[in-house]
Design a protein around this ligand. Structure first.
Ligand code: DCP
Ligand code: MG
Length: 412
């Protein structure tokens, strides 16, 4: 779609200010948050990693560990060849701290980050656990965009305690490249008049959508930099890569009209609140949870959503995150039930000190009249085998590479 076809009054996409936030070595930074002794050290966070076990893959590595060639998706055994466990080599600086993946905890940290982002922008597109686009056109101006971006980074660092890299540009694809350009702790602002000069010298792999295979194919066509790609014949690119080729050509030219849109229907609604210190009085915890239950139920009603699962989250100091959920026989919109189930699920924590409490409804359906279809209940229950017993809630978020995928992280 040509930019000249805009409707009268529609915002000029060339005048947007888009900010992309991507947390630095996110899982490793989360581990450092709760274990400050890991700061400045090589840290490897591994999927399925347990002490003494070498199967599984690296989820992420701190930048100190990356210097030794440890990277995401590598086999733990390869990582161990490059950097043995510190536990086994206490005096060897060329060794790393290995930690297993604790997704509940990372999601909790991510939710705190996302809350700040929503506070700083009217429109936020969350694309993965540690990444989001913000349209901040109405909140800042190019002349002060750098200060605004620094403020975003500082709020995250100060209030959550994890580092982020930020890119600012007139569109999503350039903002993403900018946030990646100076990692970690990056802050790169590319105002409209600098887009072409910023992109031109970059390796073509910096363009989102160009993976190693496509980069090789492009190299065969003599295209090695984003500038080469920008100058390439778009028809030759379409011949070779189809519609994607045209899109890559647009991106390399710093053209991307996609509006920053929130991801589609959420998978859950939740609210949580932190106490000022740990609270031991169970009645106070329940009282807070009931207020959260009301807020969550109200939100679901407002969004015309029915829910089939009601859950609570209880964080016990320092970072022991407990989630419990109960699935109902069918989808409902019943605020009283959210209160009752939340209170029942919390009973287990009577006597525990509580730092944070949350309430969530999930298993959402957005079909307005679904509640009336009683026949569907039995099927749905049989289908996923969830009865009405308590169970650990499962994460409803997912990481996605692409800005088009849905993710609902950030709401616990
Ligand atoms: N992740 C994973 N497996 C992968 C890639 C990522 O489990 N193959 C997880 C761990 C990362 C998180 O997702 O911490 C975010 O992914 P990023 O690609 O943003 O990587 P990092 O945040 O770790 O590092 P960077 O500083 O490059 O953003
Ligand atoms: Mg990241």
């Amino acid at each position: 779609m040509a930019t000249g076809e805009r409707l009268p009054g529609a915002p000029d996409p060339t005048e947007r200010i888009v900010l992309h936030v991507d947390m630095d070595c996110f899982y490793a930074s989360c581990e450092r948050k709760r274990e400050p002794a890991l700061r400045g050290e090589p840290v490897v966070v591994g999927m399925g990693y347990e002490a003494g076990e070498t199967v599984g893959a690296v989820a992420t590595a701190s930048y100190e560990a990356r210097e030794y060639g440890v990277e995401s998706a590598q086999a733990i055994s390869s990582a161990l060849e490059r950097l043995p466990r510190r536990a086994e080599r206490p005096n060897d600086p060329e060794s790393a701290f290995y930690r297993p993946v604790d997704l509940d905890y990372y999601e909790d940290v991510a939710a705190d980050v996302k809350a700040i982002l929503h506070d700083l922008a009217d429109t936020v597109r969350e694309v993965s656990i540690d990444e989001a686009y913000l349209d901040v056109t109405e909140r800042t101006d190019w002349s002060v965009a750098e200060g605004f971006a620094r403020h975003v980074k500082q709020r995250i660092e100060r209030e959550v305690g994890v580092p982020a890299s930020v890119g600012v540009a007139p569109n999503m694809s350039t903002a993403k490249i900018a946030s990646d350009h100076d990692k970690p702790d990056g802050l790169v602002v590319v105002p409209p008049e600098s887009v072409a000069a910023f992109l031109a010298p970059l390796d073509v792999a910096a363009v989102h959508g160009v993976g190693p295979i496509r980069a090789r194919e492009l190299a065969e066509m003599g295209i090695e930099t984003a500038g080469d790609l920008a100058d390439a014949d778009p028809y030759a690119l379409t011949d070779r890569f189809g519609e994607r080729g045209r899109e890559l050509h647009e991106r390399a030219n710093g053209r991307d009209d996609r509006p920053v849109e929130p991801t589609g229907d959420p998978k859950s609604f939740s609210r949580e609140s932190a106490f000022d210190g740990a609270v031991e009085d169970h009645d106070s915890v329940v009282e807070q949870a009931l207020a959260l239950a009301d807020a969550v139920a109200e939100r679901a009603t407002h969004e015309d959503a029915l829910y089939r699962t009601i859950g609570v989250k209880v964080v016990v100091p320092p970072y022991d995150i407990n989630t419990r959920a109960r699935s109902l026989p069918g989808p409902v919109d019943e605020p009283e039930l959210v209160r009752d189930v939340a209170a029942e699920l919390l009973a287990e924590f009577d006597g525990d000190p509580v730092r944070k409490v949350g309430v969530r409804v999930s298993n959402l359906s957005f079909t307005a009249n679904e509640q009336a279809k009683l026949g569907g209940f039995a099927d749905a229950t049989a289908h996923d085998g969830v009865g009405d017993a308590s169970e650990d809630a499962t994460s409803d978020g997912g990481e996605s590479e692409d800005g088009d995928a849905q993710a609902s992280l950030g709401d616990f």
